[in-house]
Design a protein around this ligand. Sequence first.
Ligand code: PLP
Length: 432
Amino acid sequence: MGGIADLSAEDLRALRDRVRGEYDLFRGRGLQIDMTRGKPSPEQLDLASGMLALPGNGDHFTEAGEDARNYGGLQGLPEVRALFAPMMGAPAERIVVGDNSSLALMHDCLAWSLFKGVSSEMDPWSQQSGTPAFICAVPGYDRHFAICEEYGIRMLPVPLTGHGPDMDMVEELAADPDVKGMWCVPKYSNPSGEVYSTEVIERLAAMRTGAPDFRLFWDNAYAVHHLTPQRHEIANILELCEQAGNPDRAFVFASTSKVTLAGAGLALFASSAANVKWYLARAGKRTIGPDKLNQIRHVRFLRNIEGLHQHMEAHRALIEPKFDAVIGALEKRLSGTGVARWTKPEGGYFICVDGMDGTAKQIVDLARQAGVVLTPAGATSPYGRDPHDRTLRLAPTYPSLREVEQASEGIALCILLAALEKHIDAPLAHNA
Ligand code: PLP
């Protein structure tokens, strides 16, 4: 099919009527498919079912001979920190292992910075003169934005470029002393799938910030979640910050939520020695120690970093066909129409689709009426407001492959129908 902007008014209406007919048939199928959240499927969770029998009766001693059933061990077991050191890009002594949610660690770091300050030399963000603000790469992760909203932190959107945020904009905004931090998902970003380039990471590490207590919230949630044989690597933010004379700038986060079990994984934090000390001093007020049996369970199951990569290959075998199904359906129905563009991620959990401006809400609504639930339009922008009303986040991992195939066919149809209706109402310039 050619671009819809080239069609005569008559052809456009005929096409809209045909597509509407197809949509009505699709709606009549009575599907019920949820494509909203990036959750592992039951089959992915089954890959880790061997963990449920671990560490096993009597196997509760750490490598140092300590009893993991008891209190203590705030920083996490050394053997677990060593296992994840290559993934975190930090030596074991600069890693902390928490309980099951890295989002909780991000929340804590932000709340502590706000109420306690990032170090004993700095006032808490909340007690400084201006209103603290965060730079938010967009499209981004809605739960990051929700934490900022929860605590009244202003959000400053910066567009992603395909290899990281627009750094000219970031550098300009970061010069403001009220700008205290930035959310980054540097690898297989949620939802654009992009991988930050070395140049972007170097600039983030070295840029001048107006606030001496500025922190990068470096959420490497998809560090080992590859969708192709290429295991993309990114530059080491902690090393680059140190080399640039900003050793305490980055808080690095990751977890095994999408490696082992989403509700019972391990959350990880890595940073400078000073920041780890700061973190542990705060964390020690909140807990006497993490679940170390789960830590032992993870070491027994994954064994080492190669074991972890092998396990991720098994995930890939399950989810790659689902990503292919979405992209195949979009290509089949929408290539050349000029109504949408979409990402082809090489890792992570999402596909990001930009429909025609002003159609995202309608697409989500059309899909909902046909039984396919999509993430609300706007969710990938701060305050839930997509100024272009065009970005959709598709999460293909949880439904079955058959469901993903059916849903994708319908989503492509909804994107086309919404664009045709919009175009008939308000014709766009050629190739808009
Ligand atoms: N960070 C990003 C970018 C995510 O996409 C997700 C989950 O979708 C999380 C964090 C949640 O991590 P956790 O399960 O470790 O709390």
